[in-house]
Design a protein. Structure first.
Lengths: 283, 902
């Protein structure tokens, strides 16, 4: 652990302790009256990060820059469609099944490669991959979602959202602008982190920074929202990065042409449309 | 004139013994303090150099050596680190390590190893130790496998310790199906496992090994065994043991030399003086080495062991003469003066020749060997000064009573009646009488030596620096029997000149552009004509001053990307198609996605295995083939390179959807312009590596690589081969160079080319014989052996100088060589014999060393000194006898009566 991180962890830990102490000591309801509960914050953040609108589309350019400064670029379009028709937070009505369609444009030799994901709340996702050069549609058993997304520093779970039921959430600190939520896995054996802290913006509820800590308590992975734009009334992260502190690699995602509620039909999220890209909806 | 200078020195020593002793003591103390202070308190003495240890054989080559520069560059490009290999075996379980208990321990050990990181003392921001992200262990590598219903699954090979025997065996089955793991992670016989721990730097390996051994100490009664090896371990452990070695062997050698001298001279007080000379000379030399900022390397750690015997040599001559003469007058000043006058010139020249011998090592292209040679030269010089000044001074400071019974009492014959005296006398006569026979024998030995030399095997292997019983040697043996190999070398494949000029490229480019336009139009994209025409015009304009196609495409790509962002909606798709086209043009340069290149790598891999020395070669082709097979239902016949570059690219992108996407970059650079083959060799023998290099050269000559691809070796094992070649050639040159210089010095000293040539005979025979024996017994010609040639040259000539100087003086005195023989084989021969015995036997304690290079040095120094002594006492008298009419101007009688009856 380097010096800075050490200091940081110590400081964070220290502040967390004070915060925890203060919470125990303070009379109930004083601070909590203004602050929403941890679960409320998490649901809100989950909604704005992954469930805004009935559907969404973005053209994403991905730049993976390794420690040596070498860059790899990918360009893909991502389509999303939610099963629920509402964004209502009450009773977590916004939550439900989701379908994703990812279509690669570049590099040229992986152009037309596509990926279909059906996200479920109660079981493993279904995932299919289409490799045009091999003329092959392949089902991927997605038991582990914490694998790299297309060779980048983002995991599948980062792109499509981690099921909030898998972690315990605790509000460890509230600052002027942020709620800091500590998320601890219910099944520590299934993930590589011991916990992660999300800095959630108070007004937009967008997580602007997420820090992952390994089993030895060292920070090893950091997500940052770099740019937020208002699109069709939705606060949307249009640039974000994920840094792997161990390998020194950074992946930056830039979202262009973000559109919500285009009325994307459900039938294009099917195996049949993997081979025959739904060109109209991708543009 | 030199005698004048020498005489003044001798008078000074006699007159100011205390001044000399104090000066010597103070200067030595000062040097030691200058070396020790910065070592103990580096922060307080930043200007001074501290002791730094360097056990890295890579440093046998200068840092800017092309092979090292390339090695460093490639290691960085492919993110490679030196690796510690940890093998785990279980000899009691029928399934070997593949049982739940052992795998649980392996899992825990892996978790433990992940944490073997410490803050970098030089940069607290960084950590040193195990590179966690690149560990190869069952719980940390990804497996791609069939998951039923035609699905494929990516997941950890062993996400958690298995609970049942079936699950444990399943881990084995899965690992053995993945070529990258079979024989690397799991042994070919399915009984053992290996964990690969990459290190931030080699010098972490001792620490890592100690931590692992401590952690696994509790495995004692489990039936599980741990074996730790790998070149970094060998090198780093050697460094640690080197110090223990220096602390034990050098003093032990001193003790033995001391005991033998006591046996000869029987005067404790007197023989302390050569010990002091040896101690001061070696301590001061080492202090100077540290002060001057040089590192203690495998070579320089041997400096004291070399300086000590040489330092004692001259003092033994003085004591030997003093011993034989003291009782004549019982006046120590008279005796010392006489002895010193007689020995001054021979001692000066023996020291000079020794210095030349070692200084010639500075001509080798190997920095540590240069440092070694230069500092031994300095040590020899110090020893000479000390001998000339301090030994007489010491004798003068002794009380008269202590010398009371010293030396031989004068007898009738003027020679003592001891076994050595009688033996030497008889030897002298025999050599004189059977000169022809002796020379014939010598000729026979020279022929035998020559034959032996022709059979010399040039080879080195850092693992073999340890004794066979050393845990590292045992681990090495076990692991290399079960796995692909623990010795790493790498073969880089790089783009060569594809021979196509820009003009030729442009022609093809235009044709392909046309096709792309047609196909885009065929898809119904609007405005293709306009957009592609703009692109063609831009290409034409840029081509005029573009250096090469890469530069051209870079400009075009930027142009198209800008257009995509700014183009009106109706032109967007056409520009997108144009960019796709430029993308495909750029990817034509990605040679390591081309099926034909990947198939060539397959062939290369087979050629590597066919050498018999390579246990395993891991390539980009293996990854592509494995993923391709698993995508196609795991069918064995799909274990092949797909037919298009796009299929390869898509296979590789699929591979990157794993836990460890970056593993790919160990085998190919992200631009797909360079590839890397990881070669695991079963032995660290340089000769095996050389054979592999030759075999691949042969293969590529017969099967030229596609697209002008060039191959270049790197990696620790390969670097060892390069410096070995340097060393062998360098040593030849330095040996030849110093031979000529010493010969010129001898001719000058004796004012005669014939005597000069004669003095070179014993050392030539000694070197020939010693190296002949090395060839005959099959001992590898390695680093210590190579360096010993300089020692033989420098030391072997000493005896000849003493012998010839005294032979000529006595012949002059007596007027006849025949009469002189007896006298030469009196006191002068005894001094030589004593010398050879003292030193030869004195170095045998090195045989007790646990490190083989020290053993080698010990046994060969002993052999060289004894052989050189014997060669001098046998060859020179015989040769002088045969050449006497030529060497001495006076004619002699035909037959010597002394020989009758012999």
């Amino acid at each position: 652990m380097n010096h800075q991180t050490m200091k940081h962890v110590l400081r964070t830990g220290f502040i967390a302790m004070i915060a925890a102490g203060a919470m125990l000591a303070a009379p109930r309801g004083s601070a909590a009256a203004e602050d929403p509960s941890a679960m409320e914050i998490v649901h809100h953040a989950n909604l704005v990060s992954y469930f805004q609108g009935k559907d969404g589309r973005a053209r994403v350019s991905m730049v993976i820059r390794d420690k040596q400064g070498r860059e790899r670029k990918r360009l893909f379009t991502i389509l999303r469609r939610d099963a629920p028709d509402t964004d209502d937070l009450a009773n977590a009505a916004y939550r439900g099944e989701q379908k994703y369609y990812v279509y690669f444009h570049r590099p040229a030799d992986v152009s037309k490669m596509s990926l279909l994901v059906w996200k479920h709340l109660d079981r493993d996702d279904d995932r299919w991959l289409y490799l045009p050069a091999l003329d092959l549609v392949k089902r991927i058993a997605a038991s582990d979602k914490r694998t790299s997304f297309a060779g980048s520093d983002f995991f599948y779970e980062d792109v499509s959202g981690r099921n909030i039921d898998l972690d315990e959430h605790k509000l460890i600190k509230t600052t002027k602008n942020y709620y800091i939520i500590r998320n601890t896995p219910k099944d520590p054996g299934s993930v590589e982190f011991s916990y992660y802290d999300a800095y959630i913006h108070k007004s937009t509820f967008l997580p602007v920074q997420i820090e992952y800590f390994d089993k030895k308590g060292q920070k090893y992975r950091v997500y940052k929202a770099l740019k937020v734009e208002n699109i069709q009334g939705y606060a949307t992260v249009t640039q974000s990065s994920m840094t792997n502190l161990q390998s020194g690699s950074v992946t930056t995602l830039s979202y262009k042409g973000v559109k919500y509620n285009r009325g994307t039909p459900e039938d294009i999220f099917s195996e049949r449309f993997l081979r025959r890209a739904p060109v109209k909806h991708l543009r | 004139m030199k005698i004048g200078f020498g005489a003044r020195m001798i008078e000074f020593a006699g007159a100011r013994p205390r001044l000399i002793s104090w000066t010597m003591g103070l200067v030595t103390a000062l040097l030691v303090v200058l070396a020790v202070l910065p070592t103990l308190w580096p922060e307080r003495f930043p200007v001074l150099n501290a002791v730094t240890v360097d056990t890295d054989p890579e440093n046998m080559l200068p840092h800017d050596e092309p092979v090292r520069v390339f090695n460093d560059a490639m290691k960085k490009e492919f993110s490679l680190n030196d690796i510690v290999v940890v093998g785990i075996a279980n000899e009691t379980d029928p399934d070997g390590v593949f049982n739940p208990d052992t795998l649980k321990r392996v899992y825990e050990l892996t978790e433990f190893a992940r944490g073997l990181k410490w803050p970098d003392p030089e940069d607290p921001e960084k950590q040193v130790g195990v590179v966690e992200a690149d560990i190869l262990a069952p719980s940390m590598v990804d497996d791609i496998r069939q998951a039923g219903l035609g699905a494929v699954s990516f997941g950890w090979l062993m996400p958690e310790p298995p609970k049942t025997r079936e699950e444990a065996l399943a881990v084995r089955e899965r690992a053995m199906k993945i070529p990258m793991f079979n024989d690397t992670l799991v042994s070919g016989d399915g009984k053992m496992l290996a964990i690969y721990l990459p290190l931030t730097s080699k010098d972490m390996s001792y620490r890592v090994r100690q931590a692992l051994l401590k952690k696994t100490a509790s495995w004692k009664d489990t039936g599980d065994r741990i074996y730790i090896t790998g070149l970094p371990i060998a090198e780093d452990t050697f460094g640690v043991e080197m110090f223990i070695q220096m602390a034990i062997s050098a003093p032990l050698a001193m003790v033995v030399i001391f005991l033998i001298m006591w046996l000869f001279f029987r005067n404790l007080t007197l023989i302390i003086s050569p010990m002091i000379v040896a101690m001061v000379a070696s301590v001061a030399t080492m202090a100077l080495l540290v002060i001057s900022g040089n590192t203690i390397h495998i070579m320089s750690s041997m400096i004291p062991i070399f300086v000590m015997p040489i330092a004692v040599l001259d003092a033994v001559h003085i004591l030997s003469e003093f011993f034989d003469r003291y009782q004549e007058t019982r006046d120590r000043w008279q005796t010392v003066r006489k002895v010193m006058h007689e020995l001054f010139m021979p001692m000066l020249f023996t020291s000079l020749t020794t210095m030349v011998g070692f200084a010639s090592l500075a001509l080798t292209p190997i920095p540590p060997v240069q440092v070694f040679g230069i500092f031994i030269s300095i040590g020899v010089f110090l020893a000479w000064i000390l001998t000339i000044l301090f030994v007489p001074a010491y004798i003068m400071m002794m009380s008269e009573e202590k010398l009371e019974n010293f030396g031989h009492l004068p007898t009738d014959t003027d020679d003592p009646d001891t076994m050595m005296s009688r033996g030497l006398k008889r030897l002298g006569r025999a050599m004189y009488c059977h000169a022809r026979l002796v020379m014939l024998g010598v000729a026979a030995l020279v022929v035998l030596g020559g034959y032996g030399i022709s059979r010399i095997n040039i080879n080195d292997n850092p693992i073999k620096w340890f004794e066979e019983s050393h845990p590292i040697r045992i681990a090495d043996k076990v692991l290399n029997r079960h796995f692909g190999g623990t010795y790493m070398a790498y073969l880089a494949l790089m783009p060569g000149d594809d021979g196509q000029g820009l003009d030729a490229y442009l022609k093809d480019f235009s044709a392909r552009l046309k096709k792309a336009e047609e196909s885009a139009a065929g898809e119904g994209i609007e405005n293709t004509g306009k957009v592609f025409a703009a692109l063609a015009a831009k290409a034409k304009a840029v081509a005029e001053d573009a250096r090469d196609e890469a530069a051209l495409l870079k400009v075009l790509n930027a142009f198209v990307e800008e257009k995509i962002d700014t183009a009106p909606d109706e032109e967007y798709d056409a520009w997108d198609a144009a960019q796709y086209f430029i993308g495909t043009e750029l990817q034509r340069k990605q040679i390591f996605k081309q099926p034909e290149v990947l198939r060539y790598i397959e062939g290369l891999q087979q050629a590597l295995l066919d050498t018999g020395h390579v246990g395993k070669a891991n390539t980009l082709s293996d990854i592509v083939k494995t993923v391709h097979r698993e995508l196609l239902l795991g069918k064995a016949e799909e274990f092949r390179i797909p037919d298009s570059a796009a299929a390869v690219a898509q296979t590789l992108l699929t591979y990157q959807n794993s836990h460890r996407p970056d593993d790919l970059w160990h085998f190919v650079t992200p631009d797909y312009r360079k590839s890397n083959i990881w070669v695991q060799l079963k032995s660290g023998d340089n000769k095996d590596m050389s054979q592999v290099v030759a075999a691949i050269e042969d293969y590529t000559a017969k099967n030229p690589p596609p697209m002008g691809i060039k191959l270049r070796w790197y990696g620790l094992n390969y670097i060892n081969v390069v410096w070995q070649e340097r060393m062998v050639n360098g040593m030849m040159q330095s040996l030849a160079g110093s031979f000529i210089i010493v010969l010129l010095m001898m001719a000058g000293l004796f004012r005669s080319v014939t005597w000069g040539l004669l003095s070179m005979i014993p050392l030539s025979v000694t070197i020939g014989l010693i190296y002949g024996v090395i060839g005959l017994i099959g001992k590898d010609y390695d680093m210590p052996i190579a360096v010993l040639s300089a020692l033989s040259l420098g030391l072997a000539v000493d005896y000849a100088i003493h012998f010839i100087a005294r032979s000529r003086a006595i012949t002059e005195e007596l007027g006849d060589w025949r009469l002189a023989v007896d006298k030469v084989f009196g006191e002068p021969a005894r001094a030589i014999a004593r010398n050879a015995l003292v030193l030869g036997v004195g170095f045998l304690p090195l045989l007790a060393a646990p490190l083989v290079p020290y053993q080698t040095v010990g046994i060969f120094i002993a052999a060289i000194l004894l052989t050189a002594g014997a060669a001098t006492l046998m060859i020179l008298p015989a040769a002088i006898t045969l050449l006497k009419n030529f060497l001495f101007s006076r004619p002699e009688e035909a037959e010597d009566p002394a020989c009758i009856g012999d």
